[in-house]
Design a protein around this ligand. Structure first.
Ligand code: SF4
Ligand code: SF4
Length: 242
């Protein structure tokens, strides 16, 4: 969630959150937009920092937010904000954004982390525009602060918080399914097994996360799950009598 900032100068994140009317409870980090351009983890909310004149926005991240996705969005926004065409700002920003976007979409490779670590410091030093320098700096900052969340996207093809849509999976809850068959009819990808009055089951390898089954289920028995998956049977079982 984004909040407007109307303050510049030395201040704490706690004071900024107070001024914005936002509670710090459950927040794991914030982002302060360009030109301050920095992530601040919750442990540093009480520490003073310099908010640069012109910084207009504070974004908060809770436990369900994915910091790989957060970094990808921030780099995308900084790219859009600069009109500079220098190699390190323009091309470097494109490369960084592509790598992070791949990570959030299950296409990341383990070697991408080393690529970011090679590219980002050079961008910070060599980019002509402030946004290009900021992209390099915050990419390194995010890897240092949130590496445990970001790196598994590339090394294990997993999203630890479950915040990235591409890593979410669909499941039928045994306790709610009545075996009506509406989801089976709605699925165009042969990703659902079932027959009348049997709890239906989603075949994960066929599911393309289109959400159609969840939308048609009259019992709200189909859920999207991130890191924590509900327990479901491997094949259809008779519906429990209620
Ligand atoms: S999300 Fe789409 S592809 Fe996956 S099971 Fe549901 S309808 Fe089928
Ligand atoms: S998951 Fe929903 S739509 Fe599919 S059979 Fe069960 S109750 Fe019907």
């Amino acid at each position: 969630m984004d909040y407007a900032i109307k303050t510049a100068g030395t201040i704490t994140v706690s004071a900024l959150l107070d001024a914005a009317g936002a509670s710090a409870e459950g927040i794991k980090a914030v982002w302060l937009s360009y030109p301050t351009a920095t992530f601040v983890p919750a442990k540093d909310f009480g520490a003073e920092l310099e908010v640069v004149e012109g910084t207009e926005m504070l974004r908060i991240y809770d436990e369900t937010s994915c910091m790989c996705d957060a970094l990808c969005n921030v780099i995308g926004e900084l790219r859009m904000a600069t009109e500079c065409t220098c190699t390190f700002g323009h091309e470097g920003g494109y490369q960084l954004h592509t790598i992070l976007s791949d990570g959030c979409n299950k296409k990341g490779k383990p070697s991408d982390i080393a690529l970011i670590r090679d590219l980002a410091p050079v961008m910070e030093k060599q980019a002509i525009c402030g946004e290009g320098q900021a992209m390099g700096r915050v990419a390194m900052q995010a890897l240092d602060l949130f590496g445990a969340e970001i790196e598994p996207h590339f090394t294990k093809k997993s999203c630890p918080t479950g915040g990235c849509a591409a890593f979410q999976t669909y499941h039928v809850l045994v306790s709610k399914c009545t075996g009506c068959g509406k989801c089976l009819k709605a699925c165009a990808d042969d990703a659902i097994l079932g027959k009348p009055r049997f709890v239906h089951v989603i075949v994960q390898k066929n599911c393309v996360q289109c959400d159609k089954c969840r939308q048609v289920c009259p019992e709200k028995a189909i859920v999207r799950a991130g890191a924590k998956k509900p327990k479901t049977p491997p094949k259809p079982i008779p519906v429990r009598k209620k």
